[in-house]
Design a protein around this ligand. Structure first.
Ligand code: G1P
Length: 284
């Protein structure tokens, strides 16, 4: 399977940091957030990745390219560990780029992937959402796709006061945290939300989505919404939602960004202990 990572959004929630830097390059400790998403693909067995970018996103391309000057400097300094790490970033997958020329929303961005994806199922990972879990979230979604032979949409339980920021599904439980989807709605008012199951940025889709996207008018926020295209396709095609395992962070949300940075720092062998002691000290 191929993976598509839409990363064209302007990142207005993180201004001024994102004025000249793509939001996907904001790091957790020292790793850009988009690298976590690419690594999730690779750990899920996917090595053909299309990143949908836009203007001002060149740093993402540079990040996944060789950096000859840096590599030769590290080589001459004999810093082999860092050299290996820097090289591995450019060698971990076949990464392709295409630009979304107009900011017309997630659905419009995914439609840009049509030629690259062709007539096969594919996964979509939103660059803003990262998931820390034992088994990679995407791997789990692909396995469920193989079991149910229909699109899989990853969801999580969302508090009522946050539901208006999500696509929300209505479904029947099938067991194992899987639901058969009856309907879905993008960014409903909390009183209109059909459940507390909010879509997070992991999908396994089939190529039929492209025709549906072409027919989808602008929806919430004046944008072409992936949820709207899925909703209309759901009338003909069975789809499934799965409540993810692990912890998901919406990196466009400032508190989630801090939470993700701290949780990742605590996992790190080099600074984890120090950070833990620092946090303990804060509480005292
Ligand atoms: C997008 C999707 C939405 C989903 C959300 C998850 O919205 O349109 O359905 O719940 O990602 O992060 P966005 O956050 O890009 O507005």
């Amino acid at each position: 399977m191929k993976a598509v990572i839409p990363a064209a959004g302007l990142g207005t929630r993180f201004l001024p940091a994102t004025k000249a830097m793509p939001k996907e390059m904001l790091p957790l400790v020292d790793k850009p957030s988009i690298q976590f998403v690419v690594e999730e693909c690779v750990k899920s067995g996917i090595d053909d990745i299309l990143i949908i970018t836009g203007r001002g996103k060149r740093a993402i391309e540079d990040h996944f390219d060789h950096s000859f000057e840096l590599e030769s400097l590290l080589h001459h300094k004999g810093d082999n560990e860092l050299l290996r790490e820097v090289r591995s970033i450019s060698e971990m997958a076949d990464i392709h780029f295409i630009r979304q020329k107009e900011a017309l929303g997630l659905g419009h961005a995914v439609l840009r992937a049509e030629k690259h994806v062709g007539d096969e199922p594919f996964v979509v990972l939103l660059g803003d959402d990262i998931v820390f879990s034992k088994k990679p979230c995407t791997k789990h979604c692909v396995e469920l796709y193989e079991k149910y032979s229909g699109p899989i949409i990853a969801v999580e339980k969302v508090p009522r006061n946050m539901i208006q920021h999500y696509g929300v599904i209505k479904g029947k439980p099938l067991g194992g945290n899987v639901y058969s989807i009856d309907d879905m709605i993008e960014k409903p008012k909390s009183e209109d939300a059909p459940s507390d199951l909010g879509i997070i940025g992991r999908y396994v889709l089939t190529p039929e989505i492209f025709d549906s996207l072409k027919k989808t008018p602008r929806g919430a926020g004046g944008e072409i919404q992936l949820t709207d295209a899925l909703k209309s396709l759901n009338k003909k095609q069975k789809m499934y939602a799965w409540i993810i395992e692990g912890v998901r962070y919406d990196l466009g949300n400032k508190f989630d960004y801090i939470r993700a940075s701290l949780d990742y720092a605590l996992m790190r062998p080099d600074i984890g202990k120090q950070v833990r002691e620092y946090i303990r000290g804060l509480k005292a």
